[in-house]
Design a binder for this molecule. Structure first.
Ligand SMILES: Nc1ncnc2c1ncn2[C@@H]1O[C@H](COP(=O)(O)OP(=O)(O)OP(=O)(O)O)[C@@H](O)[C@H]1O
Length: 247
């Protein structure tokens, strides 16, 4: 596996993750303002943990950033030429009705990875996530924790420059949560920009380089994690941290 010499797995190529900028971004389908206007830039080392109460707009922000939704107003831009290679891991894994291995090789094909490399890259990623024995198992029969590991393995195989994770551990037990957090750290150390939502303050403390705090569809605060957890600036973040409900 190490003899593949595949550029997409070269950590040097990933050493400077692309920066992400929201410029006056709004999302208001049918005239109903759900998000924004918001302007911010993710250009620090990260990982960026996106926090806020239910309905704050965290998932919308990730979907706008990943290109799954188009802003009604404003623009989402990246440093460099065009949008970088991206992957997204959801709270409930979105998998094809195929084998675990085929889920990965399909994703590699969609991302234009040469056919001759796909199976080795897929098997390497399955091994990283302890799923080698399940390579030929239909993805739909895997346990919830295994499905999430498969979703992470699919992202891992792609060596994305950016990885979005939307509450990836909310349905997992403590051991599985630890596996996901370890993987997130490894993605980060490989140079992937991490943007992840969570409701778990402890998890955010463990992982965050910076915190983007949303409430009411707007960014209330974007600060280094130590600042956010020690001295949150916005009234909404202070209320959230103290366990008060924030609308
Ligand atoms: N495609 C859509 N069309 C219409 N309304 C939407 C759409 N997507 C999200 N919403 C609404 O936008 C608001 C923000 O939703 P979002 O899922 O981003 O919140 P969230 O911060 O991720 O919440 P939670 O923590 O509960 O997951 C909610 O009121 C939701 O119902």
């Amino acid at each position: 596996m190490t003899s593949l010499n595949v550029p997409i797995n070269d950590p040097i190529e990933l050493s400077a993750p692309p920066s992400l900028q929201f410029e006056s971004v709004e999302f208001n389908p049918f005239g109903h303002q759900l998000f924004g206007p918001c302007s911010f830039k993710l250009d620090g080392p990260g990982p960026t943990l996106v926090m806020g109460p239910n309905g704050a707009g965290k998932s919308l922000m990730l979907r706008l950033a990943h290109g799954l939704l188009t802003p009604t107003e404003g623009a989402v831009t990246w440093s460099g030429d065009g949008a970088p290679r991206q992957a997204m891991v959801f709270q409930t894994p979105v998998l094809l009705r195929r084998s675990a291995l085929a889920n990965l090789t399909h994703a590699l094909a969609v991302n234009n990875i040469p056919r001759r490399l796909r199976t080795d890259l897929a098997r390497e990623a399955l091994a990283r996530f302890g799923l080698s024995a399940s390579a030929d198992t239909p993805a739909r029969v895997l346990s919830g924790g295994e499905k999430q590991r498969l979703a992470l393995a699919r992202a891992w195989a792609l060596s994305p420059a950016v990885l979005f994770l939307d509450e990836p551990t909310s349905a997992l037990d403590p051991a599985a949560i630890k596996e996901v957090e370890t993987a997130v750290q490894e993605f980060h150390e490989r140079g992937t920009r991490i943007v992840m939502t969570t409701h778990d303050l402890h998890q955010a403390r463990r992982l965050a380089g910076d915190v983007l705090f949303l409430a009411g569809g707007k960014v209330q605060e974007h600060t280094p994690s130590n600042v956010f957890f020690d001295t949150p600036v916005s009234r909404q973040a202070q209320a959230f941290m103290s366990g008060e409900l924030v609308a």
